[in-house]
Design a protein around this ligand. Structure first.
Ligand code: ATP
Ligand code: MG
Length: 445
């Protein structure tokens, strides 16, 4: 993409309405525009990042054996009356009537809808296990929408639902989700710590939240300093292996990280004093096992191998896709702007032309642009007639992890400059080597 032809409405001034850094930077970098309280338009740069996050979510869900589909956002109240949640959900549910006077709602979550599809089409234990999911807009009429996309009223969420014959099978689905979520967040350059949580209105004994540590987080977390050392890394995972999923869950949860607002002293359990940490965290996902709660209410039954009709065991799992855009910025920025992890960056590399209109400099930039494109990468070429300082400031603000700077002085020596946004370090390389360098970085991303 050539910046002269892109739509990147960056703001020079700091927007006064933003209280936290991710909200401020998303507005300044031209990623979002508020449409009304807690509802945002996603401008091209913001949309691109959210799509990258969504792609990773899909890839990792599918790798774990889960099946994507799509439910409507507007749903009939009748189904929600069956579960008791049309009246029970409270003020956060946006209710409306259609022209026939029928009660409708904008889905805040979708346990009912998925259970309804299941009961209509699945009758036998032979069709289990089954995990269906979607990435779809949700609406919750939050009492205090704030912090930009972090606590919106309309937000984009991956929500999944597992259907299993027994509690044992459903707990494997729970563990499998925990593992696949760990991989999902790691690919986004994030460390999200799984923590035992209170199950709230969904109910059930088993639930973990995934928290990204950041000062602006809304949850209080208590953890063992060692939890930040564990990573899945490159290890091979067999999602069908009950043993492997269980042992990874144990490895990641053995250190008793907990969230909650209850009395601090109770939260640390047996963590040695010198390793006790309390901090703030952003919830970027949550998984639940809730047994037969919804399947009994909605009659989602299957025939078991003895011929008995039994309610299926279920769980649900959510990832805050739009919230993650903000959470990643909270975890990765400096005073000049955003620093995107390679896995989610909207463009792989920026190209800064220091002397637009100079034949040699323009030609070198074009060679880099087509070279990167031919490698399957997406560069953002700042080809505007602007002074160098302004171009650097824009690149720093929008946070592309790599920048190639091209000017007449370097070209006289046959080199361009490759700079890491994160470390600020630069290398001078001939064009061909600069291309190989960038390609090498993205080989695994
Ligand atoms: P919270 O405690 O932050 O209100 P929740 O526990 O009600 O969230 P879940 O039902 O667990 O949310 O939804 C799954 C994920 O969706 C959350 O982990 C979070 O990342 C995201 N999410 C929930 N509410 C919002 C919101 N209002 N704006 C943006 N993302 C949200
Ligand atoms: Mg939650």
């Amino acid at each position: 993409m050539r910046l002269s032809r892109y739509f990147l409405p960056v703001l020079k001034e700091n927007p006064t309405e933003a209280q936290i850094v991710s909200h401020r930077l998303m507005l300044r970098a031209g990623m979002i525009k508020q449409a009304s309280a807690g509802i945002y338009s996603w401008l091209p740069l913001g949309f691109k990042v959210m799509r990258k996050i969504e792609d990773i979510v899909h890839q990792e869900q599918i790798r774990a054996g889960h099946i994507p589909m799509l439910m409507p956002t507007l749903q009939s109240a009748d189904l929600w009356r069956e579960s008791g949640r049309f009246d029970g959900y409270g003020e956060e549910m946006l209710r409306m009537k259609d022209r026939q006077g029928r009660d409708m709602l904008f889905s805040p979550t979708a346990e009912e809808m998925f259970t309804d599809v299941f009961r209509a089409h699945v009758n036998s234990y032979k069709d289990l296990p089954l995990t269906l999911y979607q990435v779809q807009w949700k609406f919750r009429d939050e009492i205090r929408p704030r912090f930009g996309v972090m606590r919106g009223r309309e937000f984009y969420m991956k929500d999944g639902y597992n259907f299993d014959l027994s509690k044992e099978d459903a707990l494997h689905a729970y563990n499998r989700h925990l593992v696949s979520y760990l991989r999902t967040y790691e690919r986004m350059g994030l460390q999200a710590i799984p923590m035992r949580a209170d199950s709230g209105p969904i109910g059930g004994d088993y639930t973990h939240e995934f928290l990204v540590l950041a000062d602006t987080g809304e949850s209080e977390v208590f953890y063992d300093s060692k939890v930040t050392d564990i990573q899945l890394g490159e290890r091979e995972i067999d999602y069908d292996s009950v043993h492997q999923c269980q042992s990874i869950l144990e490895e990641f949860t053995a250190l008793y990280a907990r969230t909650g607002e209850t009395h601090e002293a109770n939260q640390f359990g047996s963590i040695p004093k010198e390793r006790q940490r309390s901090a703030r965290g952003i919830e970027v996902g949550q998984i639940f096992y809730f047994g037969t709660l919804y399947s009994e209410k909605l009659g989602a039954l299957v025939t078991d191998d003895q011929g008995n009709k039994v309610p299926v065991h279920m769980g649900s799992h959510g990832i805050g896709v739009s919230r993650l855009v903000g959470a990643i910025i909270e975890a990765s920025h400096d005073d000049k702007g955003i620093i995107w992890p390679e896995g989610v960056t909207p463009f792989h590399c920026g190209i800064v032309n220091l002397k637009q209109g100079d034949d040699d400099t323009d030609a070198a930039c074009e060679a880099l642009y087509s070279g990167l494109t031919a490698l399957g990468l997406e560069p953002l070429y700042d080809d505007r007639k602007e002074r160098a300082g302004g171009k650097f400031a824009t690149m720093d603000l929008i946070g592309l992890p790599w920048r190639i700077t091209v000017g007449p002085r370097g070209l006289k020596n046959g080199v361009v400059e490759v700079t890491s946004r994160r470390s600020g370090e630069s290398e001078e390389l001939p064009i061909e080597q600069a291309l190989t360098r960038i390609a090498g970085i993205y080989q695994h991303n």
